[in-house]
Design a protein around this ligand. Sequence first.
Ligand code: A3P
Length: 289
Amino acid sequence: KVKDDAGDSLTVLDVGGKVYYPTFPIPDHENEVKSIPDWHARDDDILICAYPKSGTHWIWEIVLMLLRGKAERIQEIKEVAMLEGVTQAHYNNLPSPRVLNSHIYFSNLPQNFRDRKCKIIYILRNPKDVSVSYYNHHTKLRDYEYEGEWKNYLPRFIQGKVDYGSWFDYVREWHKVIEEGHPSIHVLTYEDVKKDGVNEIKRLAKFLEIKDDMDLFEGISAECDFKKMKTDKDPLEIKEEWRDGLPGMYRKGEVGDWKNWFTVAQNEMFDAVYAEKMKNCNVKIQFSK
Ligand code: A3P
């Protein structure tokens, strides 16, 4: 448990200075997480990476449908293929092609992934919406035992005192890797997928070397409409893990919801922090529709 300046505590897992939250209660999870950099990749692995609450479930679903060539939902949740949420044995047994996902830093991914030049999809979402989404995640998931108020949570988020640490550090590290010309990273933003889903699915298909099929892309986009995904997927969550037994992985699914949460003062403070922390990083972020 870590405490913030307001005295609110939150349960996280700190492994060698990097902070994780174990999704599943796996025995000896700490050692499993530590060993991830040594895990073996396969040439046809696809890995989706994002800071938490950036749309990982959404993109995972899209990629699975693209690979299967069918705009049809599968009855699993992305945690079955989450690097830091599964054991190494489970990882080794997943059938190919694996669509893996993770929130860990680039530098903590399996080295073998880089050596084999496996395809990596990186999702970026504006940090104001991420902070609101993460607040709801932390207050709704029982295991965090977190009951802090939003006004106290925002400073905690900015300081990176949450699982997976600082959004700013995470995005700066990824952006550096991308700018250095990594050969196989495809960047998607939550805001673009929301604005023009079909086109973003088409771009993604090109990256994955899947043939152009507008009917398929439109079908997948319709299947991944927020309300439809919520109706289909929330019931697959383990009810007991959520407060009041109400799964809330699919909460609002909007760009700019932060405007309903941030006060003017919080927004000014955030902008100042953002300008300072991201001054040497020219990543483009869309804060509004
Ligand atoms: P909100 O809390 O703002 O609604 P992740 O999958 O990385 O945990 O991200 C979760 C966020 O993505 C949540 O944001 C969730 O509602 C949103 N999301 C999930 N599926 C979506 C979809 N099909 N369309 C839009 N947003 C989606």
